[in-house]
Design a protein around this ligand. Sequence first.
Ligand code: IPE
Ligand code: IPE
Ligand code: MG
Length: 238
Amino acid sequence: MQNQSEMLSVPQHIAIIMDGNGRWAKQRGLPRNAGHRQGAKVFETICDYCQKIGVKYVTAYAFSTENWKRPQNEVDAIMDLLRSYLKEAAKQVKRNVCLRFLGDRTPLAPDVQALIEQAERESAANTGITVCIALNYGGRAEIVHSARALAEKAAKGQLDPARIDEGMLAENLYSGGIPDPDLMIRPSGEKRLSNFLLWQLAYAEFVFLDVLWPDFTPADLDEAIRQFQLRNRRFGGI
Ligand code: IPE
Ligand code: IPE
Ligand code: MG
């Protein structure tokens, strides 16, 4: 049973679909990439704020397996923003942030893959907030990835299929070892998951806000947390 203080506590893990960059730019007569640039700044501000208020994990959707359908120039611009972020990852490492990347990184440029590995390695021992960036991430692809890892062990005779349970499947997701999100926030007015954390969000509280991601402020995060705190999480109980 939850007591009052637990009910009003800050969520341990917040998942965010950073959406609305293109519409933000369009509203201003700017190229879509200007929206991504502003969105990347907001991402840093919100991560800093989450750390300040005691959130332990943030998972942000940065690029989906479906986003490759966009024009090459837009994909390149997003990857360049990621490069800039990773080149400054030392800043996060110093702030005790642990960085993780969720998704299939093999199709990414070799220099980006190397920067990701470096950021994860250098921040792995950090004990502050864990920031997970979902990149070339798809919820269905992630479940396939986990199922395949288990099937390979079973085929080698190292795992009895009858022993496969939810815990084992979860451990082999990209998010293995990270507790499920408590709160999922999607700004921009869209009310769908777009293939984000299909497994992990089974019992998360969803908050949809009309603000576009590049306009998202710590006050919007507070509002989402306020809505979260009013929810009664029953997890199937009474
Ligand atoms: C989110 O903003 C960023 C990515 C998907 C990479 P969008 O680019 O989807 O912005 P809208 O939805 O077109 O406004
Ligand atoms: C989801 O947003 C992916 C990210 C925010 C990275 P999209 O803009 O790609 O989602 P749809 O196309 O509106 O469903
Ligand atoms: Mg969008």
